[in-house]
Design a protein around this ligand. Structure first.
Ligand code: CMC
Length: 428
């Protein structure tokens, strides 16, 4: 079906082309709007603005659909590994056995940090936030990889992607070890991506940590579910930075900073803090929900609501089932899981949440899984960043590979003072 768009402004009509995506999402292409009419569009929060076309991830927020490169998230969660998902997200198709092995080898080859990069950790205070360390270290990494600053072929791109994805894991674990005053553990070349991370987090020089298979699988699942999510705040940040021609390291470091906030990746911390508060205060779940609804503070039901999903976030369904399984397997009884279930039940039947289409999002249950794996709260958003790295790299690549990509530079409507004269300091 063809579509037409006619805008009438001050009595004059203007026609604009429309764009239709693979799954029939529709857009009006207003690229020429300002030149032709003198008007721009205003859309604070970008709820109605498509910043790009992209081949990476498809979301249908009303139906609760998420697909990476066309493959439903449920299938990847059941059958895929994180490393294979990372390759899929970045290169657009599932890797062959040979490609997967080559990428795994590159991850292994890049797992160590340059010794002088390790020294950077000494510069942070022991209580430094791991997200600050991660962002700083990704940028610092680029100083050791000058040949990766200009990527001109697919091999260099794969090497750069493997470096970031591999080293981010080492940096994440090292920042945790530093924060608790334990010696940094070297990665183990024989271990899988997830096992290696768990080893660097929990082994000690005199005692190896041997993860249960269920734990490794749960970690892989967590990372797969976070691998990409189209134009969210951090990915849009990565694309914005990439559009200036900035290298992959700088762009991903910016993504880490954008992810940090509690309305985005930091929500997984905020959810657990909220559940802990309810647990420790002994407050009834219904009273907490009433407080949220009263809107007398900035209180929100963390882990609920999403800009795009107006139905169940498919990731939260998968994570809830996984949380039940992991806790049962590990014989962990977490009171927070019970509170979360109760909260979900109350909210899903409450008109406030129903009318606003507020459903549990990915962060609602992910914290419960991370707790069961022994990951400390301070590391939750770092875990999200580790998972999201392939998505950021894929989005960076999309900009980098597009000869028509433009510097991203939104406009604004100025609402400040009209022109006024400078007043010398003795007359103010
Ligand atoms: N609890 C209570 N009320 C809410 C919530 C919530 N979690 N989320 C939205 N609302 C209300 C909001 O107060 C507003 O009500 P009203 O129409 O009366 O003013 C209405 O719902 C629409 O809210 P909005 O702020 O316009 O929605 P948004 O699309 O800008 O916000 C959101 C999306 C995710 C920032 C928001 O739902 C939120 O703050 N949720 C809690 C934080 C969270 O869980 N974030 C993780 C998001 S998923 C993972 C990720 O992106 O990293």
């Amino acid at each position: 079906m063809s579509h037409t768009c006619r805008i009438e402004l001050d009595g004059k009509s203007y026609d604009f082309p429309t764009v239709e995506g693979t799954e029939h999402e529709l857009a009006v292409d207003i690229t020429t709007l300002r030149d032709r009419t003198g008007f721009i569009t205003l859309d604070e929060g970008y709820g109605n603005t498509g910043s790009c076309t992209s081949d990476i991830t498809y979301i249908d927020g009303d139906k609760g659909i998420l697909r990476y490169r066309g493959i439903p998230i449920e299938q990847l969660a059941e059958k895929g590994s994180f490393v294979e998902t990372a390759w899929l997200v970045i290169w657009g198709r599932l890797p062959t056995a040979e490609e997967l092995q080559r990428f795994r080898n590159r991850l292994t080859a890049n797992e160590m940090l340059h010794e002088s990069l390790r020294n950077h950790f000494e510069g942070f205070p022991p209580n430094a936030h791991p997200m600050a360390i991660l962002s700083a270290m990704i940028n610092a990494m680029s100083c050791y990889e000058p040949e990766m600053m200009e990527i001109e072929d697919e091999t260099t791109l794969e090497r750069a992607a493997a470096r970031i994805i591999s080293k981010v894991r080492t940096v994440a674990a090292a920042s945790y070890k530093m924060s608790i005053g334990q010696p940094l553990m070297y990665p183990h070349p024989e271990f899988s991506y997830c096992n290696n991370f768990l080893h660097m987090m929990f082994s000690l020089p005199y005692r190896d940590y041997v993860p249960d298979r269920e734990i490794t699988r749960a970690l892989s699942l967590f990372l797969i579910l976070h691998a990409d999510h189209e134009q969210n705040c951090s990915t849009s940040t990565v694309r914005m930075v990439a559009s200036s021609g900035a290298n992959m390291f700088a762009s991903c470091a910016a993504g880490v900073c954008a992810l940090w906030g509690p309305l985005h990746g930091g929500a997984n911390v905020a959810v657990v803090e909220m559940l802990e508060f309810i647990n420790q205060s002994g407050m009834k779940v219904s009273d907490y929900v009433a407080k949220v609804k009263a809107k007398d503070s900035k209180l929100r039901l963390m882990g609920f609501g999403h800009r795009v999903y107006k139905n169940f976030d498919p990731r939260s369904k998968i994570l809830k089932a996984a949380a039940d399984k992991v806790l049962a397997k590990l014989h962990v009884q977490d009171p927070l899981l019970e509170i979360a279930s109760e909260l979900e039940d109350v909210a899903l039947h409450d008109p406030y949440f129903v009318e606003r289409k507020l459903y549990p999002n990915v962060d609602f249950y992910s914290g419960i899984i991370l707790r069961a794996l022994g990951i400390p709260l301070s590391m939750f958003t770092v875990m999200f960043a580790m998972g999201r790295m392939p998505g950021w790299i894929a989005n960076w690549k999309e900009i980098h590979d597009n000869p028509k990509a433009r510097l991203q530079r939104p406009r604004q409507i100025y609402t400040g003072n009209p022109i006024q004269d400078y007043v010398p300091i003795d007359q103010r």
